[in-house]
Design a protein around this ligand. Structure first.
Ligand SMILES: [Zn+2]
Length: 389
């Protein structure tokens, strides 16, 4: 199965500068493709430039590897086709048109070489000479055949790698669909179409989160009192980095355990399809905005991790994973349609509907996915409780 992983790398100062330059050149290529496509369309009564014509348009003009140049072209074509598809389905979207300053550079096929933990990224010809490849060292390379390497920026330059792990998805002859409500602190609640439910809670995750936030606030306060870059400031900064990476490791381990338990439950309950409710980025509470932003980021981080881990593990079992917008699924009563917020363990409505808060949420997501609205799906038949230590 095809996987994707993002990793940090080490390199020399000179090569790091060249990597940044690669993404600037890729942006320049992107911008040129945009203008070529635009001009073509203007000269041909609005018809689109063809794939081959676009591909040959920028051959041998940039210092990047020819396949890295092609990759930008493919991304452009992909963006154009996706926009067309979306438009056909009635979605209000725009064709690619924005000029960029940075664009992820991609190395595919023969444009990179791997030996041990060292990757050589090939470049193109400049002033009639093939340039020296860029060398990077990636500590945790996946033990598999790497197909693509993309240079991405996530607070620093990192590599995103696509590889084949050689595994084949198992056959799944289940028939149930499960709605999943991901809780704030690494908890999962789910209900199947057969009305079987599970609640997995993570007490330890909660305490790690709390400790992490408390420590982070303390260190940031201390750092704000020192001169940026001073010896004392650096000391606090190191402590911050250490604390963050340690808690991240602990949380990763909990996410692994939680998702593993969930996948087991899915198999036991003949689940063929899983739908996860996704919080759309709504910003509330401007008063405590600053503090909210920190917690928001953390929960986005864990949501992404849990979602990704679930995807990997479920796909191995032949279970498909989808996400839907979870708006109102936790607030709306499925019997009478009233909306309210619940701060207690149980959701209770004045119409006499009552349900465990998280199970209520998972059923709302399931209903929204199956029927497009929030309906009553019947009484919960069983609830399995699990606690990840
Ligand atoms: Zn009600």
């Amino acid at each position: 199965m095809i996987r994707c992983v993002k990793a940090a790398f080490r390199t020399s100062k000179a090569d790091l500068d060249r990597l940044f330059a690669c993404n600037r050149v890729s942006a320049e290529i992107w911008n040129q493709y945009l203008s070529i496509a635009k001009n073509y369309s203007l000269q041909h009564n609005g018809s689109w430039i063809g794939k081959t014509e676009l591909q040959t348009a920028l051959k041998n003009q940039f210092p990047l590897h020819s396949q890295s140049v092609q990759a930008v072209c493919h991304k452009y074509l992909f963006a154009r086709d996706s926009a067309k598809q979306a438009k056909n389905q009635g979605v209000n979207t725009k064709y690619p048109h924005k000029n960029k300053k940075h664009f992820n550079t991609k190395w595919v096929d023969k444009s990179f070489k791997i030996e041990g933990n060292t990757i050589q990224l090939s470049l193109g010809i400049q002033n009639g000479k093939r340039q020296q490849p860029i060398q990077i060292i990636v500590a945790d390379l996946p033990d598999a055949e790497i197909k693509e390497i993309e240079l991405v920026y996530d607070r620093k330059l990192m590599v995103s790698m696509i590889y084949d792990d050689g595994k084949i998805a198992a056959l799944n002859d289940g028939s149930e669909v499960a709605g999943v409500d991901l809780g704030e602190i690494h908890s999962i609640a789910a209900t199947t179409t057969a009305n079987k439910s599970i609640i997995i809670t993570g007490r330890k995750a909660r305490s790690i989160h709390r400790f992490r936030n408390k420590k982070l606030a303390e260190l940031q306060k201390l750092m704000s009192k020192c001169k940026k870059g001073s010896r004392q400031w650096k000391k606090y900064n190191r402590a911050k980095t250490y604390m963050l990476s340690k808690s991240e490791r602990q949380l990763k381990d909990i996410i692994h355990k939680t998702t593993k338990q969930f996948v087991q439950w899915c198999t036991q309950n003949d689940v063929k399809e899983v739908v996860i409710g996704k919080v759309e980025g709504v910003q509330r509470n401007t008063k405590k905005k600053k503090r909210k932003n920190v917690t928001q980021k953390l929960s986005n981080w864990s949501f992404g991790k849990i979602e990704k881990q679930l995807g990997y593990k479920l796909e191995e079992h032949g279970t498909s994973v989808k996400t839907i917008d979870e708006s109102y699924t936790s607030q709306q009563c499925p019997c009478c349609g009233r909306r309210k917020k619940t701060s207690t363990r149980n959701y209770k409505c004045s119409c006499s509907y009552k349900e465990h808060r998280d199970i209520h949420g998972s059923k709302g997501i399931l209903s929204k996915y199956l029927h497009g609205d929030i309906r009553y799906l019947g009484e919960t038949k069983s609830i399995k409780y699990l606690r990840i230590a």
